[in-house]
Write a protein that binds this ligand. Sequence first.
Ligand code: FAD
Ligand code: NAI
Length: 468
Amino acid sequence: MSEQFDVVIIGGGPAGYVAAIRSAQLGFKTACVEQRGALGGTCLNEGCIPSKALLHDSEVFEHISHEGREHGIIASGLKADYKAMQTRKKGVVENLTKGIEGLFKKNKVTYVIGHGIVMGKGEVAVKKEGGTPESIKAKHIIIATGSEVAKLPGVEVDGKRILTSREALELTEVPGSLVVIGAGVIGLELGSVFRRLGAQVTVVEFMDHITPGQDAEVSRQFQKILEKQGMQFKLASKVTGAKSSPKNVELTVEAKESGKTETLKADYVLVAVGRKAHTDKLGLTESGVAVDERGRIIVDDHFRTNVEGIYAIGDVIAGPMLAHKAEEDGVACVESIAGQKAHVDYNLVPGVIYTHPEVASVGKTEEKLKAEGVQYKVGKFPFLANSRARAMGQTDGFVKIIADANSDEVLGVHIIGPQAGTMIMEAALAMEFKASAEDIARTCHSHPDLHEAIKEAALAVAGRAIHI
Ligand code: FAD
Ligand code: NAI
């Protein structure tokens, strides 16, 4: 192919495919190069979507088996058909990835299957299996190659007993026992899936608390709830070695402070200690594109790298490694290329952990504000005092709103509770419009609903919550 494009994007994940569609909408002749043979990237194929399918099914199962009786639902012979859950998950993924192909056709985006290599300004080479590389010329090149699993020294992933999230999502059986390394988002979501389905789950975490970076109060409450559900934690501990056999894995775990070691045995181990920028065989060094100390491509506010005409978006650059952030990057990048004033505020990217209860946050934590020396007020409201949560029988958790002590502007909202992920969007929208806590408190919220807890927390900022 020696066709000339306006924009060529390498990577068809949430950053790349969304950028491609927006680019075509803006009238650019656009191509998107993807090597995995399916669009949607990590998110659709081996991340957000398959994990949420399994989280949903396992949550329904747990809810009926543990709380059904209390709700007047008596099911006899209830069992989880894990194979059927896997089949449904596969179908959901296939449908969605095909849907993106449809969107490409509709928007006249050229979909090129192959491995893209940046050849310098204006040229991308595409390598197809067994074939000779073809060249694509484009005025603008956008790198959207995403991220890959971070490795843990001493624990070699073999894909059989020692797994990353990719293999864990494809497991053909529910483990009897599972050790998760890393109490972050992946560890707690996938750990929850397998615990609900019957696995004995132990999470080993390097820090002395789970979900580092999360509001500390939320994190403490979250750990207590997960422990009550049966998940076990070994905090302030590091895994120093792993030996796998055809049947199980033996891990050496060292307590950070005392240096005391112990051996943990499990059927499977999930390594979930973070992800890193994916820039393998991309030609960055040869084309002179600069990366930071963590291998992420360095860009300015308009997603421009140091090489003219080359841009980068999504997980491959700094910022939260989230699909919705990647999509925003994609839109803003091509709109900037089109001369529009585009901007993404990373402080207002909401983060959600899709466990039960869910954990969701937007803006700054108390810890961050303290470190920045900002004066703030806090309003909190527990779901125990929310009538809808009581009606649902899901009263664990609370809403916490942090507002500027002087201006009352909302600076951060942190929720642990039922449907926190859906509710956080009210806070994100309010913060996008620079709302004060009083603005939220004076907004009429429908009753009986979970989001009344947000209104009450906003009232609590001024010490005038009604229902507590
Ligand atoms: P990716 O989605 O990684 O896409 C990059 C694409 O580029 C890939 O398809 C890759 O094959 C392709 N590629 C790489 N190099 C080349 C090359 N040289 N040539 C051609 N193609 C190439 N985020 C959320 O917001 N919510 C969630 O619930 C959530 N759940 C997750 C669960 C798991 C288990 C994991 C692993 C991640 C999850 N994430 C979630 C994170 C989310 O998947 C990523 O933030 C998101 O996919 C990043 O999008 P991206 O387009 O930057 O990169
Ligand atoms: P993470 O950064 O969320 O958590 C990694 C955890 O591993 C941290 O708690 C860290 O302290 C710990 N850790 C690091 N090294 C360790 C070691 N040697 N021993 C023990 N613990 C160690 O990373 P995770 O869970 O792998 O997820 C990767 C990315 O995927 C995240 O950035 C997240 O944003 C994204 N993701 C988002 C989801 C969502 O939005 N619901 C779901 C799943 C993933």
